[in-house]
Design a protein around this ligand. Structure first.
Ligand SMILES: Cc1cc2nc3c(=O)[nH]c(=O)nc-3n(C[C@H](O)[C@H](O)[C@H](O)COP(=O)(O)OP(=O)(O)OC[C@H]3O[C@@H](n4cnc5c(N)ncnc54)[C@H](O)[C@@H]3O)c2cc1C
Length: 490
């Protein structure tokens, strides 16, 4: 075998996954058709709170924060405010930073531990009961690589997906949007500006070094129509009310917005993640974020399987991430249709939503939790403790070897046992078969449980109320066999 796992694609999804696998001692090769140089062109620029938490659990969030601009409140369509500042997280905002900054940090983390094959394109894939065989074409001509597992993180035009006969049903929702990276003469008052009118959409955001990204759409053009700065300016004036003196476009293009999702994320020894598995319009800035969270979910499971855990653990990747992908498609589709819809229903929605967000607190909270992915929770078995499957809050820890916060205790990429501080804050026994990196003590109890078993991706695998005395058996053990590699009882 050339590797335990071959990852196709060095976009954000593939880079995070490869780094996570390598951190667990898995032999990983990344195959990428692009050259090794990092591009300064970017697609994504919004990094949401849950993604920042994922990066924090890898020691990367603070570096990324220095590259961008923090926006605690997003203004949509001139009137709709989504307030992120009350989110229960260390990162109550969206970070505006180019995708290449995220990729740069993830690649730096992976380099040295991962074998990269740049300038190398996958052309065909075959698999049998024990091996995946990959034909690649690089500078030295065709070659064949073999691994036990393969992950297609090769984007919307994936080669892996059709090679293993996974369909990609859905449709094109906007045929040709304009994208322009420009400089401005006047600075908009809101850092992130999104405006929709019947049959038109405009979006403007800063993404570093004085550059702004404009995305606009005002009717049916085709991808082949030439795009000019004048067209971008005209759409900006129509939708945003101003073109802010756009000039010096360094990148002008058109792109199509599709809504598609693979019905299954796994075919035998081949898995899909990121845009290869789901794609939607850029509305909400969710695509890269969702791909990174796919990778965080898959990485520890695949590492456990490579080390000998039952491959059925990988079924939980589908069970947990496919519904999230579907929800993201629905959320971004709703935003898009509300923004550009022509009928009276869309017009009424455009009027109603600002009122709901301003006056109905649960609606405002739900919007913030959805966009940030802080509200994502995974299915838990019947009768499990209510915290099982939920994201573990980044609790402050009592000083000790695990670090100052739960995110820091998760950095080794293994399970963490969290126990509430008390007069006898020593730990209940943990069975040997659970790969626990740290046992840490929080300064306060969480959600009525005395102890939590937290998965490497920061979700709760088990919550327990201990009987009081250290070492005494749990009175309400509740683990999730579906989400933890092995059953554990505290
Ligand atoms: C205009 C625009 C704005 C966006 N804004 C946001 C945003 O603000 N926030 C957000 O979260 N998302 C945003 N997105 C979406 C985001 O860019 C994607 O979701 C993200 O890049 C997906 O990452 P990925 O790693 O899954 O795939 P990709 O980034 O597409 O990476 C796939 C990689 O696989 C490689 N590859 C493909 N085929 C092969 C092959 N046969 N052999 C070898 N290598 C191969 C490619 O070269 C590529 O490097 C935006 C998208 C667009 C178009």
């Amino acid at each position: 075998m050339d590797a335990d796992v071959i990852v196709i694609g060095a976009g954000p999804t593939g880079l995070l996954l490869a780094g996570d696998l390598a951190a667990q001692g898995v032999r990983v090769t990344v195959v990428e058709k692009r050259p090794a140089t990092v591009s300064n062109l970017t697609r994504a620029f919004a990094v949401h709170a849950r993604t920042l938490e994922v990066l924090d659990a890898r020691g990367l969030a603070d570096d990324l924060l220095t590259t961008g601009q923090v926006v605690p409140r997003v203004r949509l369509f001139g009137r709709i405010d989504v307030d992120l500042s009350r989110l229960p997280t260390r990162f109550p905002f969206v970070l505006i930073t180019p995708q290449y900054e995220v990729e740069r940090l993830l690649r730096r983390r992976a380099e040295g531990a991962v074998t990269f094959r740049f300038d190398t394109r996958v052309t065909a894939i075959r698999q049998d009961a024990s091996t995946v065989t990959v034909d690649v074409e690089g500078a030295d001509g065709p070659e064949t690589l073999r691994s036990a597992w393969l992950v297609g993180a090769d984007g919307v035009h994936s080669t892996v997906r059709p090679a293993v006969s996974i369909p990609f049903p859905g449709r094109t929702v906007i045929r040709a949007m304009v994208l322009a990276d420009v400089r401005l003469t006047t600075t908009p008052t809101d850092p992130l500006t999104v405006a929709g009118r019947s049959g038109a959409l405009g979006f403007l955001a800063p993404f570093g070094h004085g550059w702004y990204r404009f995305i606009g759409w005002a009717g049916e053009r085709t991808l082949d129509d030439p795009v000019t700065l004048d067209e971008a300016r005209a759409i900006a004036r129509f939708t945003l009310g101003d073109d802010y003196g756009m000039h010096d476009a360094r990148f002008l293009t058109r792109f199509a917005a599709d809504e598609r999702q693979a019905p299954t994320y796994r075919a035998g020894r081949v898995l899909l993640a990121g845009d290869a598995a789901h794609v939607h319009s850029p509305a909400g800035g969710l695509g890269m974020n969702t791909g990174l969270q796919d990778a965080a979910n898959l990485g520890w499971k695949l590492a456990a399987v490579v080390r000998g855990a039952d491959a059925a653990l990988l079924d939980t990747y589908q069970a947990e991430r496919h519904p999230v992908g579907r929800q993201v498609l629905r959320a971004s589709g709703t935003v898009l249709r509300l923004a550009v819809g022509r009928g009276p229903l869309a017009a009424a929605g455009r009027r109603l939503l600002p009122w709901l967000l301003a006056h109905v607190r649960p609606v405002a909270r739900k919007a913030a939790l959805t966009v940030s992915a802080i509200g994502v929770a995974y299915p838990s078995p019947r009768g499990a403790h209510p915290l099982v499957g939920r994201r573990a809050a980044d609790l402050p820890l009592r000083p000790g070897p695990g670090g100052a916060t739960l995110a820091q205790a998760l950095r080794p990429g293994r399970f963490v046992v969290v126990q509430a501080a008390g007069p006898d804050a020593s730990f209940a026994p943990v069975p040997g078969e659970v790969d626990v990196a740290e046992r840490v003590v929080v300064r306060r109890a969480d959600g009525g449980s005395d102890a939590l078993l937290v998965r490497p991706d920061g979700y709760v695998a088990g919550a327990y109320r201990t009987a009081g005395a250290p070492g005494s058996p749990a009175t309400t053990p509740a683990t999730s066999p579906a989400t933890s590699p092995r059953r554990a009882t505290l």
